[in-house]
Every structure is written in structure tokens, then in C-alpha cells.
Ligand binder design. Sequence first.
Ligand code: C5P
Length: 420
Amino acid sequence: MTLAGKRVLLIISGGIAAYKALELIRLLRAAGCAVTPVLTRAGAEFITPLAVQTLAENAVFQDLFSLTDEAEIGHIQLSRAADLVVVAPATAHILARMAAGLADDLATTLLLATDKKALVAPAMNVRMWQHPATVANLASLRARGVFVVGPEVGEMACHEFGPGRLAEPAAILAAIAALLAPEGPLTGPLTGRHAIVTSGPTQEPIDPVRYIANRSSGRQGHAIAAALAALGARVTLVSGPVTLPDPPGITVRHVETAAEMREATLAALPADIAVFAAAVADWRVAQAGGEKIKKTASGAPPILELVANPDILAEIAAPGPRRPRLVIGFAAETEHLTENASAKRQRKGCDWIVANDVSPATGIMGGAENAVLLITGDGAEAWPRMGKEEVAGKLAERIAAHFARVASPPPSGEAAEREK
Ligand code: C5P
């Protein structure tokens, strides 16, 4: 990914996640993006101005009333000189100050004075994130056009578990790349390609209040959608019910059931690339009741008759004029990974399979990391365990390399020979 020539004003506010801002700066610099860092007073309690300045290769601004800073570059100019203003991490406090329109330090003054898009990456304790005040502040910022990436669900520094963890630096980078795209998608090796990505679980109703679901968080699929967009693809993300925010710069179709996911996926065709990362329920209840199922006087449990759901991957991968050129399935297995996944690749008719071991001991299902085996027509390749965003980035790069290798492709939707 290149962000050469782009400029980000990065505001680092004061939370323990501030240390991850250093990695974000490193990634931005590696992508060729100029970074002007602003460290709040609380931010400087967690990381040092020297570390920020060294990685950013740029002076760090901290003080609204600095005589030297104001003489060299006034705060109004500072707020306008960037292409995008990013607050990462964004604490509950800075979100509240932004929502209220306060300008009581350099960071909030810049946020009030800027005429550029703003992206916030919240990070805070679960209860602070779920507090009605924070919920209302976020809603008001979103309504004003502020973009939000994360937070993610996971264990936090305070040992509580839930939403509130700062999005991974790679995910923030992908959101920045999507927002910095000149018009719509970013220009990159996948510019002009359309990718469909399914993500998350499906929920199959039993009755109006109960449903069958699974533990998929959607994190891997959402990260793949963001990574493809960052390489310039136009992306349609078909997402089951997840707690993740919609990745910026991507068309998102929200669905609940497998049948709805199939409809939305077919409606999104034609496409060049289709990645089926969703954990689609294999079965649904044959006759989901319109009324809540009551306990019987005898105490006998109800017997649910299940019927098979449509296999969206197999249907889209079947030869035909609307088959995407590259169809990628996922295989979540708990045993005999390579054999089962290779057999699945054949059975489903997809080009590549991303296989992973979802035995509970791996912590992969619903977790932040993934260890995958990429199976293509050339064989199987084991990738080391890494963050789901990194897996997504690597897969997107592989997809881009694939399209660069195959001869000049037909436009989306034309018949294509099976990809290697
Ligand atoms: O057969 P299995 O569910 O293990 O296959 C997994 C792959 O097939 C995943 O890529 C998943 O998104 C896709 N799939 C689908 N529709 C289904 C079941 C699975 O697209 N009904």
C-alpha cells in the first residue's frame, strides 16, 4: 500500500493504548505518509515525545500556548495542513470534548479548527465505552461526519473483557487508506476490481426470540474487506450480525440469515474476486415459528427439524458466466486440516481455500489471531500465527499478485477459466 504524498495529523490522547500509536506511526511512515504528531498532556504520561518524534521523523506538537510553535506554525494552519486528522487512541474524555466542541488544549483546538475529515480510534474500559454519555457522544460525532474505527472486543489492560480495545494499528492504517482515497476507493493494484466478501456468523431463527448462531466475530472477513479496499478494490461486504463497525469506504450489506446472505451476495455480482469468510449456519429450522415456543406441561423439549441452508460458496463457485475469476473459501476445521480443506476446495469448486484450525485450544474462533494454511492449485502453504489484520493484508497482497500474474483479465462477470 502506498500513501506517498499524503499527510496525517495524528493526535495521541492519554490511554494505555497510546503505545500502539507508535506502531501506527511506523506503519504510516512505511506507507510513505507524512505524520504530524500531536501528543496531549495525558498522552505524554504514557509515551514520550521523543519516541513519537523519532518515529514520525517530524516535530511533535504538545502545547497550545507554545511561543515557538505558534510563531513557526499557528494552530489553525496546523489543523489544515493535513489531509486527514486521526485521533488514536481516542479516550472517552477526548471524545466527550470533541462532542461538546471544547477547545481547551491544542488537540481539541485543532479538531475544532480543522476543515478536514476526522477519524477516531476509541480505546477505553468496557464500562466507559458502554456508558450512555460515551454512546451519545459517539452518536453525535458520527452524525457530524466523524469516522470511527474500532474499538475491538478483547481483553484489556485493566483485565476486563469486552469492547473497548484499540483497533489494531494495521486496521487503523486500512481505515486511513480508505479515507485518503482520492474519490471512493484508493488507487492500487486492485483498482478497477470488484470484490465481494462475506463475513461474520448467520443467525437462523427458531422462533421470534431464539436463534441458532456460532462464535464467528467477523473480524477476519471485515479485515479482508478493508485490506482489499486498501489495495484499490471496490468492495461489497456482506456481513452477518457482528459488533464490529462498518469499515470505512466499503459498501456493507447487513444480513441475518444464510438465505439473506445468499440474496445479498448474488445481488452484488458481478465481481472479480469473492472471498467467503462468513461462518454460515449449515442448517436452519424447517419451520421457524411465528410465536415463541412454550414449555409444555410434560416438560418434554421441542423437537426441531433442521433443513440444509444453501451453500453460497458452492453456488457462486460453480462454472458460469457470472462466476468471479477468483473464488476463495474458508475451511474452519478441528482435525485433519490439510486433507479436509483440500477436499473442500475440490467439493466446493473454489480456487483457493484459507484453512484454519478452530479447535477451542487455538483461541482462533472469535480471537484476534489466526494461523492459516493457504491451499491453491499449486499446493498448501502454512502461514505463521499472526494478527487477523496481518492475515488479511497478506491475503490481499496475494490476490493482487495473482491478478498481476494472470493475463489481462476480462471485466467482472465474464466467463473465466479456473484460476490456479
Ligand atoms: O462446508 P463448510 O461450511 O465448512 O465451508 C466453509 C466455506 O463455505 C466458507 O468459505 C463459508 O463461508 C462457505 N459457506 C457458504 N455457505 C454455506 C456454508 C459455507 O458460503 N451455507
